[in-house]
Structures are given as C-alpha cells and as structure tokens.
Design a protein around this ligand. Structure first.
Ligand code: SF4
Length: 363
C-alpha cells in the first residue's frame, strides 16, 4: 500500500541555499557552418539576448585560444564559448561501460575549474567550451543505436557538464524532450550545477535520469572551483525528484559520488555528506548511486599541474597502486586495502540510509 507523504513547499527547503552566478563567457565565437544550422541560430539568438560579445570566424576553425603560457591559454580558453558542428566521427557512437550503452555529446568542455577534472586526460587542446550546433542531427543519429526489444541507455556528460552551459544553449532541454518521446531509450547525464528550474516542466516521461555529482565538503570547497556549492546541488536533486504536484520534476535521479578521496577523516566527512543527502531526500525516490574513487594517469597529472600548479590535490604516485589497461596505458588508483575499506564503508552507509536505492557500480 502506498503511504501518503507530505512534501514541504519547494521554497522552504531552499531558503538558506546560495545560488552561484550563471557562467557568462567573455568571448562567444560562431563558425560559419554552425550558423547554417537552425539550432546554431537559436543559440545565436540566446547569446545575443544575454548581451554577450559575439564573433563570427572567417572559416570553420576556432582561433585565438592560445596565450603565451599554459596558464594564459587556460584562462583564454576557459572564458570562450565556441559554437561549432560536431565532426563526422561524433556520429559513430562508442560504448561507455559501466555507465551506459552509448555515449554521445552535446558539447565538449566545461567552464568550471575542478582541480582533478577528468577532462584533463580525455580532451586535447585548449579547454574552451565547444557547443554542437548540429544537435538535432546528433539526436536523430542516436535512433540508429536504439533497439526494439530493450532499453538502450545513452550518456551525455562524458565530455561536458551539460547543465553548466544550458542557459546559453538550450541543448539539454532539446535532448530531454527528444528522449521523452523514445520509449526504447534512456538518457543519463551528471552535473555539478544547480540551475534546474527551467527544466522541471519538460515532458520527460521518466526516460531521463538526472545525476548530481557530490563530494565531501572539504573536497568540494577546496577543489571544485566554479561549480555550485554542495547545498545548492542537494536542493537541486530534491527539486528534480519531487513530484510535479509538489513543484518538482518527478525525474528518476542519481548520485555520483566522485571522485571519492581518502582525505583526512574521510569517514566522518562522507558520513556528514550522506546525512545531508538523507535529510534532503526524505520522500520516496527512484535513486541510484555510482561510486568512483580518485585516479589519475601520467598524462592527466601533467595537464592538471599545468592548469593548477599550486593545487593541493594529492597526485603522489608513491601512495597509489598502478593499474594497467590492455592498451599499455596505466593509471594510479588507491592501494587494494584502502579500496576495500572504502568500498565496504560506502556500501554499508548507503545501504543503511537508502535501502531502496541501487548502487550501480564501484570503481
Ligand atoms: S564540473 Fe566536471 S567537467 Fe567541469 S571542471 Fe569539474 S570535473 Fe571537469
């Protein structure tokens, strides 16, 4: 039997939440072929309405992203939004285990400044944000990968934080609507931002799982520059999951705990986080967890130290175990005994607080 649950009005839960300013790039660049796309035109109008300075490139290459030093390049690129077309290779989808069947991309790059950023090892060149103007074709192409008798899952946040740029692009809204019409497909993405209000009323039909990335307060405060504060992310997660009649989006939700770090007093710090999460989700939810421990590669370490030379992030290989992949690459992870201790801890603490939630994986 369904128990009746009373939901406090959304504003009561929000009164103490500080919302960060939305990112406004200092430079917005369109390439000509992006402006030929109707969706590119829509982005152009949005950006124009926001009064941002727009440049149109002479050809389809984005230039002016490099400074004299690594730091200058970082600054220039992180302040630039480029609207381009996704290349032909973006139409050949790759699997992304264990998160989803396939990954596809609305954009590449992110305006935030996480000092462990996982994009450091995966995207080449200056870290500008590139938004894809041929989004309707990208979405249409996903249909080729859907199957009649099974749900196919699609991950949209491998190379970007899609909510961080939504106010400038509208790409996420378009994408959630598209998947809302596809009974055979599910959309998933993760964010460290909180501006979810404009997306609560979309007809998603339960086909989109919003995941919010959370971490212990000291990690978040120290290492996740330019993202929404934890409290705002927790409030956003609540809003996303609340039923429509309580002013929410009634979305399936997920928590991505990443990157889990063995910081000083890590048990206490993560317990505080899980307690706060439990308080926010005090009503029935469709909730999943993904648990990802911190790791780095020689390549990502080099890029990150170029971007954040004074970082306090622990990148000491001597404290880690080496994990090799079948292509000869290596990454540094926590030693097996630390991993085991952390895994036990999280399964126990999550299981105790959220018995109905599913832990999708630990890595
Ligand atoms: S929010 Fe994600 S993509 Fe953006 S800087 Fe942080 S880790 Fe990187």
């Amino acid at each position: 039997m369904q128990t009746e649950v009373e939901f406090p009005p959304i504003n009561t839960a929000e009164t103490t939440v500080k919302h960060p300013k939305l990112w406004m790039p200092k430079r917005v660049v369109f390439v000509p072929e992006a402006l030929e796309q109707p969706f590119g035109q829509q982005v152009y109008e949005r950006v124009q309405r926001l009064g941002l300075p727009i440049e149109i490139m002479k050809n389809n290459r984005v230039t002016g992203l490099r400074g004299e030093t690594e730091r200058e390049t970082y600054k220039l690129a992180k302040n630039t939004l480029a609207i381009v077309n996704a290349p032909p290779s973006a139409f050949k989808l790759r699997p992304i285990p264990p998160s989803a069947d396939f990954q596809f991309h609305l954009a590449e790059g992110c305006p935030a400044h996480c000092q462990y950023c996982y994009l450091a090892g995966s995207l080449q060149g200056p870290p500008a944000v590139r938004v894809f103007a041929n989004l309707p074709l990208i979405l249409k192409n996903n249909e080729r990968y859907m199957q009649a008798n099974k749900i196919t899952s699609f991950e949209a946040s491998c190379y970007t934080d899609p909510l961080s740029i939504e106010h400038l692009t509208g790409s996420l809204e378009e994408t959630i609507r598209f998947f809302g019409q596809k009974p055979e497909a599910h959309l998933r993405f993760v964010t460290k931002f909180d501006a979810v209000d404009p997306l609560l009323d979309i007809e998603h039909n339960g086909h989109t799982r919003w995941r919010i990335s959370l971490n212990a307060e000291p990690v978040s405060r120290r290492l996740e520059g330019g993202t929404s504060p934890l409290e705002a992310r927790l409030a956003a997660l609540r809003k996303l999951a609340l039923p429509k009649e309580a002013g929410g989006g009634a979305y399936p939700i997920g928590v991505v705990l990443a990157p889990i770090m063995a910081i000083e007093n890590w048990q206490e710090e993560y317990i505080k986080l899980l307690d706060r999460l439990e308080q926010k989700l005090d009503f029935p939810t469709d909730l999943t967890f993904e648990l990802i421990t911190h790791r780095f590669t020689p390549g990502s370490k080099e890029v990150l130290l170029g971007w954040y030379p004074n970082t306090s992030l622990d990148l000491d290989e001597a404290q880690r175990a080496v994990k090799r992949n079948k292509f000869g690459g290596s990454k540094y992870v926590y030693p097996a005994d630390v991993m085991l201790q952390m895994k036990r801890f999280f399964y126990q603490e999550i299981g105790r607080r959220f018995p109905a939630a599913k832990i999708l994986y630990w890595t």
